[in-house]
Design a protein around this ligand. Structure first.
Ligand SMILES: Cc1ncc(COP(=O)(O)O)c(C=O)c1O
Length: 398
């Protein structure tokens, strides 16, 4: 819905009511509903993170302004992680610590997108990616995924979106935003697909922004690959990461971007403008998080896999939802049978079944007709939601 408040800048009027605002509204309207919209694993934060923050605060280290790009020790720890886990060799000056990946992604959009520019992205897409393009004055050319084949990526879809951009916008796309693993579909890209995307981006001199916040959640032999590990891509890519998902700490609001030093210097300018720095207490939390033993993360992954199993089994018994098994991330994206629109359907389910789902409409054109369900919740919560949906279905008309 387009907003009409006088004086509002066009960029915000074009976004209208964001899907997240609609979701907030439903959580207040149906406080007793079981919530399947969460986007972090349903586990507590590792205790050493809290201990490190208490110590830093007690030692008076968190009260002042910090260096704009981030605590040097944290930049170094991030460099080590990027080298070891993502295969991206970097220097600390290439890292900017941000207020979650959300700020990193916004900075990247502001750095690269000018009014009128066309930005490609896989579809369905994370709503904030669409919104960040609109905020920067850009337009979106969607690259549809194959729903019938577990939301598989096909390289041909890139050329189709390119042609569409030429016809519809009379412009060649300038930027590609790549979310992998993908929220909401629960799918991830193979190395072969990623190489095809790199070839396409290099051939057409596209700039690329990656969103890798679910990098730790790939299942059954699927692996997350970073586009930034391909050397030729490095001058043209801004890679965005988060600590929210891996360590179940979204409230601390820490993420980071890595880019060629020429880009990261400009990223620091925008970060200084909007935030000055990430709160230092949060940066100490992030520093401690990055020293978490790998076994902890493996344990979380096991918990998530078990919740995903419960989701897939539970939904296979429901007749209104058609769910493909997610291979990554924290979400499933089932098609809904027989409902006229996902927004109305979600409201109906909240009211009649007492379960909160996220409407597919918010995820771009191929999202409509679907709902997003999270398995990043405790198993008991998931089972209660499935039970409520079962009961609702027995009462609902065919
Ligand atoms: C795909 C995707 N990108 C970015 C974010 C934001 O992450 P952060 O908490 O680091 O801002 C989310 C949060 O749900 C997400 O799902």
């Amino acid at each position: 819905m387009m907003l009409s408040t006088p004086g509002l800048a066009t960029r915000i009027r074009l976004i209208g009511t964001s899907p997240f605002a609609r979701y907030e509204h439903l959580t207040h309207k149906y406080p007793q509903a079981v919530n399947l919209c969460g986007a972090v694993p349903g586990v507590p934060v590792p205790p050493h993170i809290h201990e490190a923050v208490v110590k830093a605060v007690g030692d008076g280290l968190a009260d002042r302004y910090g260096a704009v790009p981030g605590l040097p020790k944290l930049q170094e720890a991030i460099c080590n992680k990027l080298r070891e886990v993502n295969g991206i060799p970097t220097e600390p000056e290439q890292i900017v610590v941000t207020v979650g990946a959300s700020e990193a992604l916004s900075i990247a959009s502001l750095l690269l997108i000018e009014p009128g520019d066309v930005v490609m992205m896989l579809s369905p897409s994370y709503p904030s990616h669409i919104e960040s393009v609109i905020l920067a004055g850009g337009r979106v050319a969607y690259v549809p995924l194959l729903e019938a084949d577990q939301w598989r990526f096909e390289a041909e879809a890139l050329s189709i979106a390119w042609e569409h951009s030429l016809k519809e916008f009379e412009r060649e796309p300038k930027v590609l935003i790549l979310c992998d693993p993908l929220n909401p579909t629960g799918s991830c890209l193979s190395w072969e697909s990623l190489s095809e995307i790199a070839d396409f981006a290099l051939k057409h001199e596209l700039w690329v922004i990656t969103d890798e916040v679910y990098e730790d959640y790939c299942f059954e032999g699927n692996t997350h690959f970073s586009l930034g590990c391909i050397q030729e891509m490095r001058p043209r890519i801004i890679s965005c990461f988060s600590l929210s998902k891996a360590y179940a700490m979204p409230g601390w609001r820490v993420g980071y971007l890595v880019a060629d030093a020429s880009l990261s210097r400009s990223a620091v300018t925008i970060h200084d403008q909007v935030a000055v720095c990430v709160p230092l207490a949060s940066q100490y939390a992030a520093l401690a998080a990055l020293s978490t033993p790998k076994e902890w993360l493996s344990g979380v992954r096991e918990t998530v896999i078990s919740s995903r199993q419960a989701l897939v089994e539970g939904f296979s018994r429901l007749k209104f939802f058609l769910l493909a098994q997610p291979t990554s991330g924290l979400f499933g994206f089932p098609a809904i049978r027989g409902a006229s629109g996902s927004v109305q359907f979600v409201e109906q389910i909240a009211e009649e079944a007492g379960v909160l789902l996220f409407p597919g409409l918010g995820f771009g054109p191929s999202g409509e007709g679907h709902v997003r369900v999270s398995f990043g919740v405790q198993k008991g919560v998931l089972e209660e939601a499935i039970e409520r949906l079962n009961v609702w279905e027995t009462r609902a008309p065919e």
